[in-house]
Design a protein around this ligand. Sequence first.
Ligand code: PGA
Length: 251
Amino acid sequence: MRTPIIAGNWKMNMNPTQTAEFVQAVKDQLPELSVVETVIAAPAVDLPALLENAQGSQLHVAAENCYFEDEGAFTGETSPKVLHEMGVDYVIIGHSERRDYFHETDEDINKKAHAIFKNEMTPIICCGESLEIREAGKAEEWVKGQIEAALKGLSADQVASLVIAYEPIWAIGTGKTATADQAEEICAVIRATVADLYDEETAANVRIQYGGSVKPANVKELMAKENIDGGLVGGASLQPESFLQLAHFND
Ligand code: PGA
C-alpha cells in the first residue's frame, strides 16, 4: 500500500519569515502521516526556519537540491551530509529547471541519488519530456532513459523507498496540466521500467508523483489514477489554503 505524498516545491520564492508564517498556518491542519504524507521543499536559506517551525508536526522537509559530495572545495554548493544533520528528510533532484538552467546531467543526478541515500535521506527524482520530445512521439522512451540513468547502482530496497516525480516540462508553471490520462500513461511506463530493472515488488512500492500545474481543482482526478501516488506542486503550494486543499484531496 503506497501512502499518497503531496509535496510543495517552493522554488526560489519564499524568505524565512514567509516560511515561518506558512508553516504556522498549516501545521495543525495537515492530514495524518499514515493517510497523506505532506512535504515542503524549500530553498536552502529557508530550511532552518522550515525545520524549526515544522517540528512536532506531520510536515516533512525537503531540500530542492544538493551536491553529491559531503564536503570540500565546492563553492556555493549544499552538502547532503549537512542537510541530514539539520533534519531534512527528502531532497529533490533532477528537476527540469536544474537540468535546463544549471546543466545537470543524468550522471550528476545518479551521483546525487547515491549521496542522498548515503546520508540517510530520500531522493525525489524528477523526470519529464519537453514538448518537442512529446510531439516527436518519444516521451516514453525519453523518460525511461532518464529513470534508468538516475537509478543506476541503487539497490531494490533503495528504489522501493524513493519517490519519482513525472513532470512534463510543457506543463510546469504554464497552467497547462497534462490530462490525467496522459500523466497516468507515463507514470505507468515509469513503474514498468522499475519492474524491468528490479522486480514487481519494488515497482509496487515506489511512489510516483505527477507534477506540472497541479492545483486544488485537478488534484483529485490525477490522484484517482492507479499509478499516480502524489503531486509535486509549484505555484499552488505557495499559499497555505491551497496547500491544505491539495493535502486534503481525499476528504
Ligand atoms: P507548477 O510546478 O506546479 O508551478 O507547474 C511544478 C514543479 O515544477 O515542480
